[in-house]
Design a binder for this molecule. Structure first.
Ligand code: SAH
Length: 237
């Protein structure tokens, strides 16, 4: 009787392991397809960006109910009314920053932690700020689960940047601001780059690339985008 019981446990266990293996292979396949179908053909050519996007498991950053859609090229809900950005947008913004391995990079809007995880494969240290404590905590756990050790997550209003860690060679803002957050501009290093969606609340915004050269700021619009809003501490529930 005991033998039968044990062998039936073993049977189900091996089935579960086999299924997990199958699911993982399936995700790997989908990740490869994401590079070939959504990223490369649309102008993502930066090797480091493609390499990072090919490694980080997007399925690990979305809730269980969203996992089947993890490699669709669209934003997905991650709880607290927020979204994980579309893969193409993550890749596009990453590529636009033209990163070198020893650049110091600050992200505003950790969300699920996916963008920070992608950056962690390209540069030595990533700093990221999230205003919703629950999301920040989940992102911290996610980094631990995935053994990503070079991402520092801070809970707070990214409007003020992260003064103690400044200056930054690159800043990536993944929430849509109504105007340029001046503290962030201030915390950009010489030759620093920032990508940020700017525009009216809840409307279509412009993705702006800003560069600091000899203390002067130059900016250009890259494309029209939609992002969840950049909120301020007071406004947040
Ligand atoms: N980069 C994320 C997606 C970001 S969605 C990812 O890869 O999953 C935008 C995030 O910005 C949300 O989580 C939102 O809570 C956060 N956010 C909005 N305003 C903020 C602020 N002032 N400071 C820090 N985070 C902010």
């Amino acid at each position: 009787m005991r033998k039968v019981f044990l062998s039936s446990i073993l049977f189900w266990l091996s089935l579960a392991v086999a299924f997990q293996g199958f699911a993982q292979d399936n995700y790997q396949e989908k990740r490869k397809r994401m590079l070939e179908e959504h990223l490369r053909p649309r102008g993502i050519t930066n090797k480091a960006t493609l390499n990072a996007m090919g490694k980080i498991p997007r399925e690990a950053f979305v809730p269980l109910s969203q996992k089947p859609f993890a490699y669709d090229d669209r934003p997905l809900p991650i709880g607290s009314g927020q979204t994980i950005s579309q893969p193409y947008m993550v890749a596009y913004m990453t590529q636009a920053l033209n990163l070198k391995q020893n650049d110091r990079v600050l992200e505003i809007g950790t969300g699920s932690g996916y963008q920070a995880a992608v950056l962690s494969q390209i540069i030595d240290t990533v700093f990221t700020i999230e205003i919703v404590p629950d999301l920040a905590q989940r992102a911290i756990h996610k980094m631990k689960d995935l053994n990503i050790q070079n991402v520092s997550v801070k809970i707070g209003d990214g409007y003020y940047g992260w003064k103690e860690k400044a200056p930054f060679d690159a800043i990536i803002v993944t929430a849509g601001a109504e105007s340029m957050p001046l503290f962030l501009v201030e915390q950009l290093a010489e030759n620093g780059r920032m990508v940020i969606p700017i525009g009216p609340h809840k409307g279509v915004r412009e993705l702006v690339l800003l560069k600091k050269k000899k203390g002067k700021i130059r900016s250009k619009t890259l494309m029209q985008v939609r992002f969840v809003p950049f909120v301020r501490e007071k406004q947040h529930p």
